[in-house]
Design a protein around this ligand. Structure first.
Ligand SMILES: [Zn+2]
Length: 256
């Protein structure tokens, strides 16, 4: 399993992109910084896009990728839970901002939307995909993706603390988890549903108690303006837990 980090931050600039990961050049997790990171030919190889929740920084490039597929006569599969689909259909893909790619072209619409249910594994291409609810202010899930040769990654999307129930459902070798802000923003994190390094530490301690191990951990969704501070604090968490935790970045590639 090859995992490319197209966008690893919560704010966009010339140096940072919004959240988007791609597995084996075919399965996309969130579509924040998708199109600007891939050539047209790389885009055409994509088979499916999984969306964790409907916030703009995770769904922004859906209309853009759909236009590219539409113009080349191809189709793309998108997967999410029902609440995410309902918001996208009502506000982003309703035909006002841009064409309604859920219905155009009439004979073979560009977007094939698939609503999935939490806790029910679905087979998508060569992967078993499991959506597990996380703790955000709106409905949100993380995705566990298991390859045909048994490699397992869990991507949380955006989440606040309190992942005990989530951890019970997953057993990843690689955990890609959000850490939005440094420790002094803990109150903000608890209120808005985001993690800081110290909140992450508590979640990882719980994980280890439950599962008896810690996976390799890569953080995403960092606020670029606060990243230096986050980096120092993450290093301290990794040292305390005696386990590797690294910050994700645009262009990062991991092999499982
Ligand atoms: Zn976000």
């Amino acid at each position: 399993m090859n995992i490319k980090f197209l966008g690893a931050h919560n704010c966009e600039s010339q140096d940072t992109r919004l959240l988007s990961l791609v597995i084996d050049d075919s399965l996309v997790l969130d579509a924040g910084g998708l199109t600007s990171s891939l050539s047209f030919s790389a885009q055409q190889k994509l088979k499916a896009i999984l969306l964790t929740h409907h916030h703009y920084d995770h769904v922004r490039d859906i209309p853009a990728i759909a236009m590219n597929f539409y113009l080349s006569g191809a189709t793309i599969n998108i997967y999410s839970t029902l609440p995410v689909y309902q918001v996208l259909a009502a506000y982003l893909l309703d035909g006002k901002l841009y064409p309604n790619f859920l219905e155009r072209p009439q004979e073979n619409p560009t977007i094939k939307f698939n609503v999935i249910e939490p806790y029910k594994p679905v087979q998508i291409e060569d992967y078993s995909v499991l959506a597990i609810p996380v703790n955000l202010s709106i409905p949100a899930v993380g995705y566990q993706v298991t390859s045909s040769n048994g490699k397992v990654v869990f991507y949380t999307g955006d989440t606040g603390p309190g992942l005990n129930a989530c951890w019970q459902q997953v057993s990843p070798q690689l955990l890609i988890i959000e850490v939005t802000a440094p420790n002094r923003y803990e109150e903000f994190g608890r209120e808005s549903g985001h993690l800081t390094p110290s909140l992450l530490k508590q979640e990882l301690i719980t994980f280890r108690e439950l599962k008896g191990y810690l996976p390799q951990v890569v953080t995403v969704h960092m606020n670029p303006l606060l990243e230096k501070e986050i980096e120092v604090e993450i290093a301290s968490v990794a040292k305390d837990l005696d386990s590797p935790i690294t910050l994700g970045y645009e262009g990062m590639q991991l092999h499982l």
